[in-house]
Design a binder for this molecule. Structure first.
Ligand SMILES: C[S@@+](CC[C@H](N)C(=O)[O-])C[C@H]1O[C@@H](n2cnc3c(N)ncnc32)[C@H](O)[C@@H]1O
Length: 272
């Protein structure tokens, strides 16, 4: 590709002009290296896959094929979802297309967090200090940060990076921090409310999660999709064994579409 063609090509790729409108020619190694940088900057993975497929009729550096394999094998495709809230607001979230990708479940929104959010909006929580455990993509915390002081936490550095992106995309004042239930010393907090959505899934993590909830919470809301009754019962028996006051909240969700519907909602009272 001549230098003049390359200047136009580069601008068009940077702006994500539809692939069919762009004139493709073989690229020099230097141009290919620069193209890789542009593709990584805009992170539009669906578009990047199309570029690589279109360029594959020419000789390409191996790095393009490595990137293509990564996109296709890890469910690394991302999109931005718009969640319309019952009060007329919207929350935008960048999510991965696959439920499990890049080694974590935290890059998409699970039904339990939609359910808990809808419930909390009906009781109109405001002016509180809120801590969320295992925040994932961040819907719950970001929505509540419109009226509360919210700290979202997660163990995965990738998830925390995504949380910060999503917080910025919504001009939110929420904060995101690293917190591992197995070693929860990274924060020091005694919020009014602790939130947990879809975090009861791994039997080995139930005790550390429970201890983390006890350490930080006054009141804790936990919404959990019941995929495995036994796993949930282990958590529930810990609550009962320590005589923690609890309430099972009977709530019918009507606003959000919930792909998973068997969700239980608990409120724990740990003030005493
Ligand atoms: C199923 S996702 C739920 C995400 C979000 N709450 C939702 O409902 O959409 C579970 C989340 O727990 C986080 N997690 C898993 N193990 C953890 C640990 N040891 N400490 C803190 N977070 C953890 C994961 O990174 C993931 O974001």
């Amino acid at each position: 590709m001549t230098d003049d063609q390359w200047e136009i090509f580069k601008r068009q790729i940077g702006q994500c002009v539809p692939i069919g409108k762009i004139q493709f020619e073989p690229l020099s190694d230097k141009q290919q290296e620069e193209l890789l940088e542009i593709m990584q900057e805009h992170q539009n993975n669906t578009y990047n896959v199309k570029i690589i497929k279109r360029l594959s009729e020419y000789e390409l550096l191996d790095k393009f094929y490595e990137l293509l394999t990564e996109y296709l094998s890890t469910g690394y495709e991302t999109h931005v979802k718009t969640f319309y809230l019952p009060d007329g607001d919207k929350i935008y979230l960048k999510e991965n297309s696959a439920f499990i990708s890049q080694g974590t479940t935290g890059l998409c929104t699970w039904s339990a967090s939609l359910y808990l959010l809808e419930y909390l909006l009906t009781i109109d929580v405001s002016g509180k200090d809120i801590l969320e455990l295992g925040s994932g993509a961040g819907l719950l915390g970001i929505a509540l940060a419109r009226k509360n002081n919210v700290l979202l936490t997660d163990v995965s550095p990738l998830v925390i990076e995504r949380l910060n992106e999503n917080i910025a995309m919504n001009n939110s004042i929420a904060k995101a921090n690293y917190l591992d239930w197995e070693n929860p010393d990274s924060i020091n907090s005694k919020p009014d409310i602790t939130l947990c959505a879809d975090v009861i899934f791994n039997p080995c993590l139930i005790r550390p999660l429970f201890e983390t909830i006890k350490r930080f919470s006054n009141v804790c809301y936990i919404s959990s999709t019941k995929r495995n009754q036994e796993t949930f019962d282990v958590f529930f028996s810990l609550v009962k064994s320590e005589n923690i006051q609890f309430e099972i909240i009977d709530f019918k969700s009507e606003w959000f579409y919930l792909p998973e519907r068997d969700i239980v909602l608990l409120r724990l009272d740990l003030q005493n």
